[in-house]
Design a protein around this ligand. Sequence first.
Ligand SMILES: [Zn+2]
Length: 273
Amino acid sequence: MRLLIRTAMVLSGLMLPGMSLHAAESEPITWGYEGDRGPFQWGKLGPEFSLCDKGMSQSPIDLLHSHKIGLDDIQFSYKDAPFHVINNGHTLEELEPLSETVKSRYPKHGQTVLHFEKDSTIVLDGDLYLLEQFHFHFPSEHTVDQRHYPMELHLVHHNARHEAAVVAVFMEEGKHNPFFETFLAHAPANVGEVVDDHEHFVNPNDLLPKGRSYYRYFGSYTTPPCHEGVIWAVMHEPIQVSAEQIQRFRSLLGHDNVRPTQPLHKRFVLESH
Ligand SMILES: [Zn+2]
């Protein structure tokens, strides 16, 4: 296995972890998951984060009160791609070559697997979305009847109009997960580090549950600046990872990366049969 580890400085144009550009002064705002930079303060850290406080369609939410209807299945067409993980400070993710537009609003999510080199797509509501990256949260951000799962996977996509669709998959404690093991083996521990492995190919299809029913609602990114207009599809069926894998992910993060659930306001949660 040949790994290429380098710092994010090489990726000129990528912002430092946990920062968003301040529109007026081009000064980054640091945010986090605890204390005076934590989720309850995000909206007060700067005017460009105001949606975090004032938004009416924020994520995550509790998924208890849903309306069952005949939603079309999501058509997943994920392809193999080389492993490319960046640690941007707030979780571990995998990426693709970022267009300037996508990069500028790219949520900082820690260790992120970038998945841009192949045409990995989904069709949701008759619209084609390209997979950009995926990353993990500990514990789950969405809840079902106020209950968290140990972890949650976010597969982040965008369509030709740069609208975002996130497929979320709950992760419960159970069997050892080989895909997640590959991820843990590659995940850079230090913020700013990138791990490239052109000999290991991964297919995010391996992270999807067998059952394809899901909850759907309109929400936001769960990190500042909390942009809205994001279509969320949260799969009903969780996937399994071992207790030991969950612990290793938590140690790698060094902290929880969860935003508390947000008010539903006038929104409806739809649920496929
Ligand atoms: Zn996320």
